[in-house]
Design a protein around this ligand. Structure first.
Ligand code: 6PG
Length: 461
């Protein structure tokens, strides 16, 4: 009998199954796609079994069954659950490891609870390589069921530099998929920040691809150690296989997306979360497909100055912190709105290795929330306050240089505006309130006495 089952044997499902087997657990795999099962059967041994029918698969599993569904999000997940249900017993555990929309996960949690089946909606990050060698896992839902599968999940997950597993119980209902959605929003934001820094390095500083690759490699050892820094250096260095050029110069500059970043924005807007950098990153992908492709006038004078490169590095470090800060800010608002008991240090720890947004900074974020779980804005923490004070002049300089040179910096500018606003007790929203009351009697509050007021406005003739 197998201790764990995987449905869906495309590259993610297959690699996750092999990962479980490689950690000493027996695993059975099934797919409705026969060639996938044939390919999986090549790995068969005493701990790995390939199954060709639903019945064979379900019968191969120890009870309570622990089944990971690793297929395309959306309707296929509902169809799989429907097909499985009559074959399962009360107490069995289903885990959805796809990038499911959290609203679907909320509904599935409720529906399955009625059938006595435990359901876990689990975010999985790290791509194909992570799936095989250690992904970051974000499981939410039934806590009792999580405790049953925890030994397997902890064994297969990536480990932090201190050896702690990048998995822990996230919280009730769809909170695991919600946290993965926020992970992806942060991923969009930081990736866009890299693109803007790259644009300034090539257009304003005048660096070649190899020089930029070396700069990102240096930063990876300095202020911005992260997976995305590492792969940026690698992408810039790569030679094309069809021309003598670097591949980066032949990749079409239109960014695609599957929508998880957009979902974060949709929910962020409904919660009133100030996630401006994530919004700009999502819209920058739309913009990359919407541009007229007509050249506009740009200042072409190069500024190859070491001070500017240092300012770019500090800006990237600070803007990266803003992306995380906005992600955590939305999480705190969602936790309140949906009554989830989220543990922020554990979420930061889950992201310290294995996932796409892993970086050294996540340890500092873990410490910040460990010191004070009630901070609403990451920059209230002493470490991040200091980072902001040290790097803000650099970010102001970089945004100014880019603006003067005609280079768009949607996420770097949004990061700057976020920081200029978030600790600003003197924002001009009083004027908006005055206008609202003027044209619609929407009322306003005063800053010198309590209560709600309406002014009998008059226009001077
Ligand atoms: C991960 C990624 C992954 C995501 C891709 C593509 O954590 O491994 O977030 O889950 O699907 O990054 O996302 P887009 O196609 O939307 O860019």
């Amino acid at each position: 009998m197998s201790q764990f089952g995987v449905i869906g044997l495309a590259v993610m499902g297959k690699n996750l199954a092999l990962n479980v087997r490689n950690h000493g657990f027996s695993v059975a795999g099934f797919s409705i796609d026969k060639p996938e099962v044939d390919a999986f059967a090549k790995y068969e041994d005493d701990k790995l079994k390939a199954c060709y029918t639903w019945e064979e698969f379900v019968d191969a599993l120890e009870k309570p069954r622990k089944i990971l569904i690793q297929i395309m999000a959306g309707r296929p997940v509902d169809e799989t659950i429907k097909r499985l249900l009559p074959l399962l017993d009360k107490g069995d555990i289903l885990i959805d490891g796809g990038n499911s929309n959290f609203h679907d996960t909320t509904r599935r949690c409720e529906e399955l609870a009625q059938s006595g089946i435990h359901f876990i909606g689990m975010g999985v990050s790290g791509g194909e390589e992570g799936a095989l060698n250690g992904p970051a896992l974000m499981p939410g839902g039934d806590e009792e069921a999580y405790n049953e599968v925890a030994p397997i999940l902890e064994a297969m997950a990536a480990k932090t530099p201190e050896g702690r597993p990048c998995v822990s119980y996230i919280g009730q209902s769809s909170s695991g998929h919600y946290v993965k959605m926020v992970h992806n929003g942060i991923e969009y934001a930081i990736m866009q920040e890299f693109s803007e820094i790259y644009d300034i390095l090539r257009q304003v500083v005048g660096k070649t691809n190899d020089e930029m690759s070396a700069i990102f490699n240096d930063w990876n050892e300095d202020l911005v150690p992260s997976y995305l820094t590492e792969i940026t250096a690698a992408v810039l260095k790569q030679q094309d296989d069809l021309t003598p050029d670097h591949i980066i110069d032949h990749i079409l500059n239109e960014a695609s997306y599957k929508g998880t970043g957009n979902w974060m924005l949709e929910d962020g807007v409904s919660l009133g979360a100030p996630i401006s950098v994530i919004a700009e990153a999502v819209i920058a992908r739309f913009m990359s497909k919407a541009t007229t492709r007509e050249e506009h006038h740009r200042v072409t004078e190069k500024q190859d100055k070491p001070e500017l490169i240092t300012a770019l590095e500090k800006s990237l470090q600070l803007a990266q912190a803003v992306a995380y800060a906005q992600g955590f800010q939305q999480l705190t608002m969602a936790a309140k709105a949906y009554s989830w008991n989220l543990r922020y240090p554990a979420i930061a720890q889950n992201w310290e290795a294995g996932c796409i947004i892993r970086s050294a900074m996540l340890k500092d974020i873990e410490n910040a929330y460990e010191n004070d779980k009630d901070i609403s804005v990451l920059f209230q923490d002493a470490y991040f306050k200091k980072l902001m004070t040290n790097n803000l002049p650099a970010l102001r300089q970089v945004v100014a240089v880019a603006a003067a040179s005609g280079i768009p910096t949607p996420t770097l500018s949004a990061s700057l505006n976020y920081l200029e606003s978030i600790f600003n007790a003197d924002l001009p929203a009083n004027l908006i309130q005055g206008q609202r009351d003027y044209f619609g009697a929407h009322t306003y509050e005063r800053n010198d006495r309590p209560g709600v007021y309406h002014m009998e406005w008059y226009e001077e003739k």
